[in-house]
Design a protein around this ligand. Structure first.
Ligand code: CAA
Length: 286
């Protein structure tokens, strides 16, 4: 049985709010850190919508939805994480932002056995571990979007992650959260993004070169390969800023052209066309 009762989630964007939701639905006390009240309100709305879907699809009773909401609290002060047993960092996919969070958490979290998890898709876990005084307690725990729906979690130990941290994280993710785990080495992109990102970038290059329309590229993969959504719609769902950031981390790591973000992706991010979350990406969501 897992001894983790009090969970902290840093960052409540698409991934952080999904992670907070699944932890609260699993009966845990969840504290969520955000930078300001606007971001907090946006996360509350996102979580309420997602729980509402659960109720509408019959997977969650109204009573369980209300209990889950009661288990979630928000703060803008990371010092409130002092009593957490496990913290999941889910802030923007930028190395400096993430290492700053780990350094701050290391200073405030009092449990000597606390697990420091990162939902990073592509930043080396070792770099995050080295930002703390306890790298043996730092591990990658990478969820997939939408977190309440998708079963997979990638567990990514660094060279310094202790066996006990790995075992406790695995137990937590499988037994408490009910997810399926695959293990990956600490290489940018891990297993899934190492395969997924070149595919998404190829679809953007295909669009950019005028090879086919966005609708036809997506329909091709949905109807021809039975994917639940096409690559451009999936990039929109992930967020084009996040897709770009993952690609850049992978390019930095491997120096392979297949990870290099195409100019169209860069320009769309410059323009604030970030996909579903901003209302427009390769498709419109207004
Ligand atoms: N929260 C809660 N439940 C949700 C949800 C959400 N955000 N989105 C969908 N659902 C539920 C719905 O209620 C529905 O439940 P029922 O079947 O019980 O009715 C079910 O999930 C299916 O949803 P919909 O019928 O609304 O829509 P759909 O069948 O078109 O599926 C989808 C939507 C689940 C997003 C599906 O298209 C899908 O799986 N797409 C691929 C997503 C994917 O590949 N994600 C990985 C991205 S990579 C990543 O996240 C990691 C990274 O590092 C970038």
């Amino acid at each position: 049985m897992s001894d983790i009762q009090r969970v902290g989630v840093v960052g409540s964007g698409l991934m952080g709010s999904g992670i907070a939701e699944v932890c609260a639905r699993a009966g845990l006390d969840v504290l969520i850190a955000e930078v300001n009240l606007d971001a907090t309100e946006a996360a509350k709305a996102r979580i309420a919508t997602s729980l509402g879907r659960g109720v509408r699809s019959g997977k969650l009773s109204e009573q369980d939805r209300d209990a889950a909401l009661d288990r979630m609290r928000f703060t803008t002060d990371i010092a409130d994480f002092a009593d957490r047993n496990l913290v999941v960092e889910a802030v923007a996919e930028q190395e400096q932002v993430k290492t700053d969070v780990f350094t701050a958490l290391d200073k405030v979290v009092e449990d000597p056995d606390a697990i420091f998890a990162s939902n990073t898709s592509s930043i080396p876990i070792m770099k995050l571990g080295m930002a703390t005084s306890r790298p043996e307690q730092v591990i990658g725990v990478h969820f997939f979007n939408p977190v309440p729906v998708l079963k997979l979690v990638e567990l990514v130990p660094s060279l310094l992650t202790g066996q006990e941290t790995q075992d406790r994280a695995r137990e937590f993710v499988t037994t408490v959260l009910g997810k399926e785990v695959i293990r990956s080495q600490d290489r940018a992109g891990f297993v899934v993004n190492a395969l997924l990102i070149p595919y998404l970038l190829s679809s953007i290059r295909m669009l950019e070169s005028g090879f086919a329309s966005a609708e036809d590229i997506d329909s091709g993969m949905v109807l021809g390969c039975a994917h639940p959504m096409g690559p451009l719609r999936l990039a929109d769902l992930i967020g084009l800023d996040t897709t770009k950031a993952i690609a850049e981390s992978m390019y930095d790591e491997f120096k392979e052209p297949l990870y290099s973000p195409p100019p169209l992706l860069l320009r769309m991010v410059d323009a604030g066309l970030l996909g579903k979350k901003s209302g427009r990406g390769f498709h419109n969501y207004a």
